[in-house]
Write a protein that binds this ligand. Sequence first.
Ligand code: GLA
Length: 690
Amino acid sequence: MKKTFVTLLSVVLLGVMMTGCGAEQPRVEQPAGIEQNEVLTPTAEPTATPEPTATPEPTATPEPTVTPEPTATPEPTATPEPTATPEPTVTPKPTATPEPTATPEPTATPKPTATPEPTATTEPTTTPEPTATAEPTATPKPTATPKPTATPKPTATPVPTKAPEQKSEYTFDFSELKYLTHYNCSYEINGDGVMDIRYDKQYGEIKWMLPQEIDMTKCHKVTVKAKSAYGQMSVKLFDEAILSNTWCQEVFVRYDCKGEDIVEFELYPELESSITAIGIMGLNNVEDFSKYKATVYSITFHMISEPEWTVPKQIAPDVTADMSFLNTYGTVFERFGAAVSIQELRHPAILPLITSQYSSITLGNDMKPDFLFTFNPKFISVEEAKKQGYFIPENYAEKTVPVLNFDDVDEALKICAENGLGMRAHTLVWHSQTPTWFFRDGYVRDGAYVSPEVMDARVEFYIRNVMKHVYDHKYGHVVYAWDVVNEYYHSEMNTSDWKKVYGEQGLMPSFVKLAYQVADDVLCEYGIRDKVSLIFNDYNTFVVNGHENTPEALLSIVDFINSDGKICDGIGMQAHIDVYWPGEAVFVQTVQKFLDAGLEVQITELDITIKNPTATSIDDQRKLYGQLFKDLLEIKQKGGDISSITIWGLCDSTSWLKEHSPLLFEDYDTPKDAYYEVLQAYLDAGFRVK
Ligand code: GLA
């Protein structure tokens, strides 16, 4: 049975109890400096590599070894994408990850191992700090490849047939593709449909027609299995113009694949059209061209369709196909959400899946400091900043400020507003994913750490400008909660630039309190203090062992923050847990402890890993999800202020912990049994679908 998508139109704003907007704001000041990211150096495709005007299209196999490009069809001049679009990884988490296979009490306070974030961009394994200065000068994206004016229609251009019914993925090797054209390289296809290419100039390319057109509005990812030694390979996608021309419109290109190893190179094209052909281009970084070769095994298009909802009656006897998180949990908790990337949010096939299940999103990465500063940061003078509307704290004594880029945040706010979604804003102060230059003299990566006074001013600059931007925005009202500080309790001297500046401040961190004072002040200024929650977010919030009592420590920190008036409303329990650790009872008791202390609780990053997948552990994950949700419902029913629940990602296949299948959907359109268990838990707790 097909599920009907629900577009939620109304936003129920959080009614959060809190004290007045009073806490006096220490004002702060200063910043200056510069730094940018590394960019690939060679940028130009050959402009003068003519293809013959008559483009004899080889019908049979012996391919022309050199097919020069037409003069009238210049390749876009500067293509390669900066490699440094990387998403910084995951917080370096505590090293000791518990392997809770046998229900042990872990001694340390680990978080699941660091795996990439659930976004739609490839992530490097180390958090890249902007190193050099090179800005990608004028890297014009070849969106508008000029069409050849006089290219004759090839008589034998293969025409792809319309895609028949959509599959979940399409994998093609080169025995299935049809050769179109190539230049500056030679190639061979072996018996397995694998293509070996040798490039003989700095740039070379070979184009292939797909056996069918692919509707890219339904494709969330393209993977290319390849290796590319002594250079790097790009993949290009071409639109249907190829049907009438030997040349075609390049709609996407990404340079990235390099190295001796075979990799599954991932691309996330955001296209609103169909494509009919691909290009494999080589960019040679070495003088000796003969060394550069690439092997391409296959290309896969990963598609999304409207999910088929088949309720497994043996595990969810009362669940009906019209039930969703939205019309169940979404009616009990003020917000029920998921972490998403901006790419997922704007994807025409993924957005309806989000709005059919959730009433809230958290941007998994796109609102973190390194994203707002961008990986190619810019700095402007204080005068210029004032002209542009930045808030400059009174005690800001530096001459420049870093520029904040809100393009993706603005887009996300609009999408949320138009689709009835609220947003948790994540995150302002964090030891990870905040560039080290932000803490240093002159905003320079290897400068000395600034004084706490200088940093206080930078903190106010950052928080005020981010929050001001959001609430000045037409759709800023969708933001109902802020993770003002993330993981302070678990930050360490050796990994936290904050601690390098402020020293170890234990349970009374001045900069943490300052952050809440500034945030509280902004909400008061906008008259929305009672509509928006300021949250202290952390992981392993439930760990109690011989050396530590995390819930108590967190309560002490929040007490310190609130010592002059309540400016921190509650605790965000990240909830990255395992099927066998810490157990549902411990988790739920901790929720209760925070509630008993008069705080609001938000479950902010729920996922449940399976470290050792067996039939039993998979089933245990299902049961744990069900039990946990049932317990949370019961607490809520008794008046416990759990104001939102957010699941950390949309599906296992894109989760930061994808090796451990931690979520409720396998792929975007494939609910797991655990999903139905959670819906059954709702009915079992005595609730009915509204
Ligand atoms: C922490 C952060 C999140 C995210 C996860 C890993 O929990 O709060 O933003 O980085 O780690 O995905």
